[in-house]
Design a protein around this ligand. Structure first.
Ligand code: ZN
Length: 123
C-alpha cells in the first residue's frame, strides 16, 4: 500500500481509538454514578443492576473495538496492513474506508462467517 494511503488509514484508526477510549471512560463514570445513587433506596436496586449490566456490555463492545483498532495500527507498523489475513491478497480500499479495522477481504470474510455460522447449530 502507498505510504500516503497508510498515513490516511493510520489517522482514521487513531481518531477511532481516541473516540472509543473516550466512550469507555464515559461509560465507566456513568456506571459508577448509577451505583452511588442506587444504594439509598432498595427499590432502585434492580434498576441499578440493569444500568450496570448495560454499561458493562457497552464497555465490553467498546473494549473489543479498541483491541481491533490497536491490532490494525500494529499491522500498519509491521507493514501487513491492507492484506487479507487468510489469502494474503490486498483488501479493497473501499472496504478499508468503510471498515478500517478489516482483517480479511470481503471474500474471505464471507467464508469465515459462514464457517462460524455452521459451528453454531440453531435449535
Ligand atoms: Zn482473503
Amino acid at each position: 500500500m502507498q505510504p500516503e494511503k497508510l498515513k490516511h488509514f493510520r489517522e482514521i484508526l487513531l481518531e477511532q481509538l481516541r473516540e472509543h477510549t473516550e466512550n469507555i471512560r464515559t461509560e465507566k463514570a456513568t456506571a459508577l454514578e448509577a451505583s452511588d445513587d442506587g444504594v439509598k433506596d432498595s427499590v432502585d436496586l434492580s434498576l441499578m443492576d440493569v444500568n450496570q449490566e448495560i454499561a458493562f456490555r457497552l464497555g465490553e463492545r467498546e473494549s473489543q473495538m479498541v483491541a481491533d483498532t490497536d491490532q490494525a495500527l500494529l499491522r500498519i507498523e509491521e507493514g501487513s496492513y491492507g492484506k487479507c489475513g487468510r489469502c494474503g491478497r490486498d483488501i479493497d480500499e473501499r472496504r478499508l474506508e468503510a471498515v478500517p479495522t478489516a482483517r480479511y477481504d470481503a471474500n474471505c470474510q464471507t467464508i469465515i462467517e459462514r464457517a462460524l455460522g455452521e459451528e453454531t447449530p440453531s435449535l
